[in-house]
Design a protein around this ligand. Structure first.
Ligand code: CAO
Length: 435
């Protein structure tokens, strides 16, 4: 079956772009997510990936062509599905694909990530992107680097990051020679470094093995957690909250809203309480920028969602001005959109803090990784009945284990302990919010 590849919505207010490079040839075998062309717009340079496994049947554009959103640029011959399905898939996935494309192609991922600042799993929020751009040492984005499409292609083939190359042409324009020279230098450096790929033993000597290509979301998650783990001195603090009363309240409240098909969950309650906690402890709602603490006076909280494609973090905005019912509906809606690949990049931007609830699955505690430029994250484990002494009396209580990981550069251990204890106190006695 012939399937069309169209230019998806690239970014807000961007209607057209220029084909910077064609990354495949007619007759090439391609797989889902494989970049087909590189397109440059005024806002970003981004790869358009294949939506299908198949063979390139026709390439309808050439390098330097101006293309518009929705324009068909390529035909892929597949051996399943129908035209109609192709159209739907194209449209349905466009925003989702954009997210990945804008922030990550096969190569030059880091640069695209800088310039788009979207689809941030660990979420370089738009704020993070702005923050980055105010730093003098900010790397140039790929689209800002002056280089001809042919030079870009050479860089891609040589796996040279163009943003790292010094241009010797007029106004710093990068020439093919600059790229080759840089590539040689990198090779020389690489020769002195151990190649971890080479160091892997041949596992097949001990049993069957198989390999799976890492998808864009997984790649971004890997990059972001690595960056966070390497750059932020994490401390994780643990505490437990007695949610017996809160659970009763949740059930009573649930009966009241049942007719509206709203489900009040632990996560929605924690969103509400954490919003107030961020107001009370402003450092947890801040970012660190050029030696100063940047306090945010709005309360947007991301919620980690486990999806078949990997971890996504939609953001609930202005949590403190929303009711529990509104938060529950919005959380359910965004989590479903994330699972259905319908979440827009901007719905995952602008979070100040994150909640990661693994309690629906299990576990007694974990150490979540902070999503920069945020400075803290709340981990929620599985609530369970426990025998607890209340005074001298042993009682059956529902206990919720909580953890908070924080950036120790701006948050002290005592702050971390006070923050989490405050949350536990409010869970145990919601009137504490009024104090
Ligand atoms: N303790 C005990 N039970 C819990 C619980 C907890 N902490 N959290 C949820 N549950 C229960 C719910 O009550 C629900 O039970 P019922 O079906 O009997 O009502 C069930 O687990 C499923 O809950 P849910 O997932 O539908 O709803 P939620 O609002 O609590 O969670 C969300 C929403 C998006 C947080 C969750 O679905 C999810 O994706 N969690 C995984 C997050 C993740 O991957 N984090 C790791 C990030 S990497 O560090």
């Amino acid at each position: 079956m012939k399937k069309e590849i169209k230019i998806p919505d690239i970014a807000e207010n961007v209607e057209k772009g220029t084909i910077a490079a064609i990354l495949v040839s007619k007759g090439d075998k391609v797989t889902v997510d494989q970049p087909l062309v590189e397109i440059e717009t005024e806002k970003a340079s981004t790869d358009i990936p294949s939506l299908y496994d198949g063979v390139v049947d026709e390439i309808k554009v050439k390098e330097g062509d101006e293309v518009k959103v929705n324009q068909v640029i390529m035909i892929i011959e597949t051996d399943d599905g129908g035209e109609e399905e192709a159209e739907t898939k194209n449209e349905e996935e466009s925003s989702d694909k954009n997210a990945g494309k804008k922030s990550a192609g096969e190569k030059d991922d880091e640069n695209r990530k800088h310039e788009s600042g979207e689809d941030r799993i660990s979420d370089k929020s738009s704020e993070g992107a702005q923050q980055a751009s105010s730093e003098p040492e900010r790397k140039k984005s790929l689209s800002e680097v002056p280089a001809a499409p042919s030079v870009r292609r050479i860089a891609r083939e040589m796996e040279v990051e163009l943003t790292k190359v010094k241009g010797s042409g007029p106004s710093g324009r990068i020439t093919a020679d600059d790229v080759k020279q840089h590539g040689k230098q990198e090779d020389a450096v690489a020769q002195n470094k151990p190649d971890t790929k080479e160091q892997l033993p041949d596992f097949s000597q001990w049993g069957p093995v198989s390999a799976e290509k890492v998808n864009t979301i997984r790649k971004l998650t890997a990059e972001n957690v690595t960056e966070s783990w390497q750059n932020i001195p994490h401390v994780t603090h643990f505490d437990e909250a007695d949610i017996t009363k809160l659970e009763n309240f949740r059930k009573q409240f649930q009966e009241k809203v049942e007719k509206d098909e709203v489900k009040i969950t632990v996560t929605a309650l924690l969103l509400k309480i954490t919003g107030y906690a961020l107001q009370k402890f402003p450092k947890f709602n801040a970012s660190l920028r050029n030696g100063e603490i940047l306090y945010k006076h709005y309360f947007n909280i991301g919620v980690a969602v486990d999806t078949p494609r990997g971890l996504l973090v939609p953001v609930i905005r202005e949590v403190n001005s929303k009711s529990l019912v509104q938060l529950s509906v919005e959380l359910d809606d965004l989590a479903q959109k994330a699972r259905d690949k319908k979440i827009a990049p901007e719905e995952m931007q602008g979070g100040n803090f994150t909640i990661s609830n693994l309690g629906g699955i299990g576990g007694t505690g974990f150490t979540p990784i902070i999503l920069p430029p945020q400075v803290a994250i709340l981990g929620v484990s599985r609530a369970a009945w426990k025998a607890v002494y209340i005074g001298d009396e042993l009682q059956k209580r529902m206990i919720l284990p909580l953890s908070v990981s924080y950036d120790h550069r701006i948050i002290d251990g005592a702050d971390g302990a006070r923050f989490l204890r405050w949350i536990c106190n409010v869970i145990e006695d919601p009137f504490a919010i009024l104090l």
